[in-house]
Design a protein around this ligand. Structure first.
Ligand code: SAH
Length: 216
């Protein structure tokens, strides 16, 4: 697999879209400098892979905007030891960033075609700490629970209860909560058995679909 290329675009993306907007976590910035985002989109879109926007990845889904990936990852406050659940693998780009920053990533994607492609791309990079499964991520991944961190990459009407049940004590979860056109990026912390919600800005994600989320 071709890994090189686009280094300058990637550096510019980090400086102009992330550092300038206040992303300060050095490990997150380093991961965003390293992962070749252009290899997570189809060839015809590679020239636009480092732009300040999401891009289509097929099946009416999108790869998230670089800033949103960096912001969500920063909110998880990863130090490298964590077991992470990701809901909505999509292209696998966010998964690759998490794989560089945490111990073990369990990622669930609803659409088999996207899960297969993401798995192939990530295997090509040689990640050995990523597990991708097809299923409804709002149910979590009970066999692997509890999770130190949970990242939901699709917009939910409310927090799916199974996810909080599978969040470790002192764990952190980041998810977009709102209606189908507009959501609030929300940090959910598990503090002494209680849930603490902190709003962290507006965002726009595709729908989280399934039980405990949108119907279709
Ligand atoms: N972070 C991804 C973006 C994913 S887009 C990236 O950067 O590429 C959101 C993904 O969530 C889509 O692929 C969609 O199919 C998936 N999704 C929606 N509802 C889901 C559910 N209930 N369980 C698992 N995946 C879901």
């Amino acid at each position: 697999m071709e890994r090189g290329g686009f280094e300058r675009e990637r550096e510019r993306m980090v400086e102009e879209q992330l550092v300038r907007r206040g992303i300060t976590d050095a490990r997150v910035l380093d991961a965003m400098r390293r992962v070749p985002r252009h290899l997570f989109v189809e060839e015809a879109l590679r020239d636009r892979a480092y732009g300040d926007h999401p891009l289509p990845i097929g099946e009416q889904q999108t790869i998230s905007q670089p800033y949103i990936v960096a912001l969500m990852t920063s909110l998880l406050a990863l130090d490298g030891q964590e077991k992470v659940l990701e809901v909505g693998t999509g292209s696998g780009y966010q998964t690759a960033i998490l794989a560089l920053l945490a111990r073990r990533i369990c990622s669930i994607e609803r659409l088999p075609s996207l899960a297969l492609r993401a798995r192939a791309v990530l295997e090509g990079f040689g990640y050995n700490n990523v597990w991708i499964r097809v299923g409804n991520g709002t149910l979590g991944w009970p066999d692997e629970a509890p999770f130190d961190r949970i990242l939901v990459a699709a917009g939910a009407p409310s927090m799916p209860p199974p996810l909080f049940e599978q969040l470790a004590k002192s764990g952190r979860m980041v998810l977009p909560i709102g209606d189908t056109s507009n959501q609030t990026l929300t940090l959910v912390e598990h503090v002494g058995g209680e849930m603490r919600f902190t709003p962290c800005g507006d965002c726009m994600f595709v729908k989280l679909v399934g039980k405990y989320a949108w119907e279709t």
